[in-house]
Design a protein around this ligand. Structure first.
Ligand code: CTP
Length: 319
């Protein structure tokens, strides 16, 4: 079916040439932002032509069985098998079934959140989505602590928990999982090869300690469907980031969507350095051609949606 682009795409030209170290994107009208319900509904409707986030958020038990062969989404020639443990943790119904929320916060991991004092504001939303098991405890004044859904790329186990190499790291990881009590833990297990064992370790810990989380493993079609939607809107994204995936899916469950911690630039609007993450010293080449993501392009797209009132990007401090 032919899908008309939603007005977010603008000229197309505007979005395809990210200026290096771009900071001019900071000019977001923040005080006079008003929610554009009509546009937000239109975006939801158009996204639903490509994917149904309620369904695509997770593979369900019963749609496959232990031992089934899976081709990785980005490495089609590589395969893995559905393990017994992974099968046990698949939900029987969508963890987002019939969920509708008025105001949702999606928290990205940029260092722009440091000293923002946005914690209480973030926590005041009806549904809070976080990315990649980012720590909250020591940063709650700036990032809040409530979590209804959190993502976990398999690489996080290596990057943030030292590949669970010692008892101490296993304990820290377990504590982070236990702190999620009742949230949805979204694990993109079949995107790229290489994370198989890390996913298995996480799953084993969850089962062994009866950790109270609701696991979700995204459908194999989700990534391509999300890319397809944005491509139709002239946004040529190589590989959508977790943040953009969450926004695209949240349009299904949330009325008003507020984004915090999205700032893929090395300097803040005043020219001060901003770390890539609010919680570590990881460096990131935002515009490198070897990076799987095109974050500045995504950001400009989100900025345009902000100006149009379809979502609200928070990049400053909160009162
Ligand atoms: N993000 C951002 N600016 C930053 C860092 C992150 O806008 N400086 C957003 C991105 O949308 C990113 C999300 O916050 O997907 C979560 O950040 P992170 O955990 O660092 O994501 P990555 O692991 O770098 O990338 P991904 O999970 O998307 O592959």
């Amino acid at each position: 079916a032919k899908v008309e682009p939603t007005p977010l795409s603008g000229s197309g030209k505007d979005v395809s040439h990210p200026p290096p170290n771009c900071n001019n994107t900071a000019k977001l009208p923040s005080n006079n932002w008003t929610f554009n319900k009509t546009l937000s509904k239109l975006i939801r409707k158009n996204i639903l032509r490509f994917l149904d986030p309620e369904r695509d958020i997770s593979i369900l038990k019963g749609t496959l069985k232990p031992g089934d062969v899976i081709h990785y989404v980005f490495d089609r020639q590589s395969t893995t098998n559905i393990s017994e443990n992974l099968y046990r943790l698949l939900p029987t119904a969508s963890p987002m079934k019939n969920q509708h929320h008025r105001r949702c916060a999606i928290v990205g991991n940029s260092g722009i959140l440091l000293n923002s004092s946005c914690g209480a504001e973030i926590d005041s939303h009806d549904f809070v989505i976080r990315c990649n098991l980012a720590p909250v405890e020591q940063y709650s004044g700036d990032v809040g602590w409530r979590t209804n859904l959190v993502t976990m790329n398999p690489s996080v186990v290596q990057r943030a928990f030292q590949d669970l190499a010692s008892e101490e790291w296993r304990e820290r990881f377990l504590q982070r999982l236990q702190s999620l009590s009742g949230s949805v833990l979204w694990i993109p297990a079949f995107m790229a090869k290489g994370g198989e064992e890390r996913v298995e370790w996480a799953i084993r810990l969850i089962l062994l300690h009866t950790v109270n989380v609701r696991t979700a493993i995204p459908s194999l079609r989700l990534l391509h469907a999300v890319r397809g939607y944005w491509l139709t809107n002239n946004v040529h994204i190589k590989r959508p980031t977790t943040g953009l995936l969450m926004y695209t899916m949240a349009t299904r469950f949330c009325e008003e969507i507020h984004l915090y911690g999205f700032w893929p630039f090395p300097l803040d609007p005043q020219g001060k350095p901003v770390s890539y993450h609010y919680y570590d010293t990881l460096k990131y080449e935002y515009t490198s051609s070897s990076s799987p993501h095109t974050m500045p392009l995504e950001f400009r797209t989100l900025s345009r949606l902000h100006r149009q009132g379809a979502l609200r990007l928070h990049t400053g401090t909160c009162n």
